[in-house]
Ligand binder design. Structure first.
Ligand code: NAI
Length: 778
């Protein structure tokens, strides 16, 4: 036999990793687990079996947490939290470092246990999940060390409820626990019911590391336990899982004044241009969709390939699929392991059973049991459910495109926005397309790259909030300082029926033009002496819809240069300044106060501040451990609906408009309800300041009536409220539809009229971090 023949016929022999130590650890614990509460394991209670999906064998029995268990865990966290936070950043850093060291020391045990419990290939748990989890703890030990100096004015939320899925059990735990602990929070974490064992091993590690009791609490159980955590007395919920459950959590937390981050599903595009290195792109696809059997929220599950190379690409892809090895996940030669649970297998099977396209299944040996072959489906229409719905299995759908513009359209034709890959050897093509993709993470000539230093998270129905990097850290903190209660402001009343003299018909400001309110109604506005000083239109839902449409149509603003946006803001400031006395007098008359001049001066100052920031809040390059860069780009959210403060009729409006448009957003502003006239007069300043039509839209009317429409509108990307009407519940509940970002509690808790009103929080709320990974290599 020649060497060539040996190479052609040689197959990989089995190279199984021993399960001995991991099984022995389970037996040592009695094979039945309670929860980890206040530094100790509780007695096992009624529960359910946890199985190895590859063999079906029962690994251990877990306990379903009762209401009492959840309450005890929250109470333990609550009691431990002040002491933990008081340890200070460097004190907490030592503990995080100790956890990282122990994770490293027991790396093999964690990897084998993860593979037994989840079914993922040992190669992945050993080389990806566990090292990334360690890295997360090391990185956040550093964050804890630096927090006191780098995040002044920020403090822990308190107790965080954390609910994680089954696809990366230990890694998702690390993503949740490390930043929470670094910033001084204590946690109650629930692993997914199918995969709780590495979380329980982590609890054991916390004990060994001497972590103070109650800092980390782990309760096991199904979705009902998750619901109990969501309802509990916690200060923040961090969730990773399905969009459907994320939406329910958004509704359940609405109006409770607690922080929320949601990392949800995706249908991420994998875009291959004609000038891509085809073999690399095929190999990348193996990682994109067959990594972890495709059970990855950011899996490159939608292949978009340029027409000219589609046939060649599919041929090479199928050849590669046929070579993938499926089988015992503990075998180091295995590429594709078991599906996490028979229930998930049935879900995948039923989704593919209805496929209208051409289904290609990898021509490889499929073991008995909970396995599904790598699958490619072609010939689907863009609207087909399989093109749109997350399958969460090893199933790739594919379609073609002709031009870069078509690729962008197809890529963005989804309700999700988690991740995307772009493959092209032409740097211009890749870097032109990457920012146009609606996703929180973009990989150029690569896929599934993760690191603790780089933010990860989505847009649209993929959720909001980032994990990793400074942005992820900040999500576990809130501003220190006293809450300033907002007292509702009543408008002045009077009895004159018509303004004397009637100088103008009251109009709204939509699409850069004065617009009559749809309902045709206006209300009289009186001064403190009861004299009629004007009329303010009463906007209704239709006006909101028109304003949102105008804002949506002004997308060019996001693409204007930051310099250009700054110029427009300076110009607004200049034009307001020229009419300062007139505006000040108007404000004094409307509010019955004497602070008009100071308010106008503050407005001009803020306009200059936001103009200054427009080209300076420009993102960062993250030091990720690869040859290349990860760019953290601050992108505008899109269309922001904002209910302005009631008390300061002009400053309330300018303070929200300024940061929003400086960052490239378009706004629909609902002006002060009792004092609406200053905002209407301000539209004249906008008209003379080169603000493109639709970038700023101003409505007047009832906050309580307009907020629900704004919050529920599917074309609005974020809603802010500084209204003195309590709208938190209505806005956060309404926002569940398209899972838009909301900012209603934080803004109210602080004194926005002082320096914080021109602070960083506004810039952060006005932007989303998009992480673009650009590996180097010639
Ligand atoms: P899931 O969203 O139901 O479960 C995720 C976690 O949430 C688990 O810990 C679960 O116990 C908990 N949970 C379930 N219902 C809850 C509720 N009402 N309140 C609070 N917590 C609750 O995801 P599941 O059922 O495991 O998978 C279903 C589909 O979700 C998958 O096929 C996949 O499409 C998607 N998924 C997406 C993930 C992602 O990372 N984006 C992760 C897991 C699933």
């Amino acid at each position: 036999m020649t060497i060539k023949e040996i190479f052609e016929t040689m197959d990989y022999g089995p190279a199984p990793e021993s399960a001995g130590d991991a099984l022995a650890w389970i037996v040592d614990q009695g094979s039945r687990f309670g929860h980890f509460i206040d530094g100790a394991f509780t007695e096992p209670g009624e529960g359910f079996d946890s199985r190895n999906p590859a063999s079906g064998e029962v690994l251990a029995t877990l306990t379903q947490a009762t209401q009492g268990d959840v309450d005890a865990a929250v109470a333990a966290a609550r009691a431990a939290q002040p002491g933990w936070e008081a340890l200070g950043g460097p004190g907490r850093a030592r503990h995080l470092y100790a956890l990282a060291r122990l994770l490293q020391k027991h790396a093999r045990l964690f990897a084998v246990l993860e593979t037994l419990d989840n079914g993922k290939p040992i190669r992945e748990s050993r080389d990806i999940d566990v090292p990334l989890a360690q890295r997360h703890f090391y990185y956040h030990a550093g964050m804890a060390q630096l927090m006191d100096t780098e995040l002044p004015g920020q403090q822990a939320h308190g107790v965080c409820g954390q609910i994680i899925p089954w696809n990366f059990p230990l890694l998702m735990l690390a993503w949740k626990v490390a930043p929470a602990l670094a910033t001084g929070n204590c946690v109650v974490l629930k692993p997914a019911e199918w995969t709780s064992l590495t979380a329980l091993l982590f609890a054991d590690i916390c004990r060994q590391a001497g972590l103070p009791k109650g800092v980390v609490n782990i309760v096991t159980g199904d979705g009902a336990v998750g619901e109990r955590i969501v309802k509990a007395d916690v200060d923040k919920i961090a969730f990773t899982g399905s969009t459907e459950v994320g939406r329910r959590i958004r509704q359940a937390t609405a109006g409770r004044g607690i922080a929320l981050t949601l990392e949800l599903g995706g249908k991420s595009p994998y875009v291959v241009f004609e000038d891509a290195d085809i073999d690399s792109a095929v190999e990348g696809l193996v990682d994109a969709i067959w990594f972890n059997q495709g059970q990855v929220c950011c899996a490159g599950s939608r292949l978009l390939v340029q027409e000219g190379i589609a046939e060649e690409f599919h041929t090479r892809l199928k050849a590669r699929m046929d070579k993938l090895r499926i089988g015992d996940p503990l075998d180091k030669c295995i590429d594709v392991g078991a599906i996490v649970d028979p229930e998930q297998l049935r879900r995948i099977e039923s989704l593919v059973a209805g496929a209208e396209g051409t289904v290609y299944r990898a021509n490889c040996d499929l073991p008995e049991g909970c396995f599904y072959p790598p699958t490619l489906i072609t010939g689907l229409s863009a609207a087909s459910p399989l093109m749109q719905e997350e399958i969460f299995g090893p199933v790739l759908v594919s379609t073609t495109f002709r031009t870069p513009a078509e690729a962008v359209d197809l890529a963005n034709n989804t309700r999700y926005g988690l991740a995307a890959s772009v493959w092209s050897e032409n740097i211009n093509t890749a870097l032109d397309v990457a920012p146009q993709l609606a996703a929180g993470v973009i990989w150029v000539n690569g896929t599934n790259m993760f690191d603790a230093a780089a933010g990860f998270g989505g847009l649209r129905e993929s959720g909001f909030g980032r994990e990793g990097g400074w942005e992820g850290l900040r999500a576990y903190t809130r501003a220190t300082g006293e809450a300033r209660p907002l007292t509702p402001v009543e408008p002045f009343s009077g009895d004159a029926a018509e303004p004397q003299p009637v100088d103008r018909t009251a109009k709204l400001y939509i699409g850069g033009k004065q617009a009559r309110p749809d309902g045709g109604y206006a209300r009289n506005v009186y001064d403190t002496a009861g004299a009629l000083i004007g009329q303010a239109p009463i906007a209704n839902r239709k006006d909101i819809r028109n304003a949102v449409e105008a804002a949506r149509g002004a997308g060019g603003w996001a693409r204007a240069t930051a310099h250009n946006r700054a110029q427009v803001l300076y110009y607004i400031g200049e034009n307001l300044s020229a009419r300062a006395a007139e505006f000040a007098a108007g404000i004094d008359r409307q509010t019955g106060g004497s602070g008009g001049a100071a308010e106008v001066a503050a407005c001009v100052d803020r306009l200059f501040t936001w103009a200054a920031w427009a080209d300076k809040f420009d993102g960062a390059v993250r030091a990720v451990p690869l040859r290349g860069v990860a760019l953290a780009m601050n992108e505008p959210c899109g269309v922001i609906g904002a209910l302005c403060a009631d008390e300061a009729p002009l400053l309330g409006l300018v303070s929200l408009m300024g940061p929003a448009i400086a960052m490239g957003n378009r706004v629909v502003l609902v002006a002060s309800e009792p004092f609406p006239l200053a905002a209407l007069e301000f539209t004249q300043v906008l008209e003379t300041s080169d603000v493109p039509g639709g970038v700023v839209n101003i409505l007047t009317g009832s906050h309580a009536e307009l907020a629900p429409t704004l919050a529920a509108h599917l074309d609005v990307d974020a809603v802010w409220s500084f209204s003195s009407t309590d709208l938190a519940q209505v806005i956060e509940r309404g926002a569940a539809g398209n899972l838009k970002r909301t900012w209603v509690n934080d803004g109210l808790a602080r004194d926005w009229t002082g320096p914080e009103g021109a602070g960083r929080a506004f810039l952060e709320q006005a932007t989303e971090v998009k992480t673009v990974w650009v590996p180097y290599g010639a």
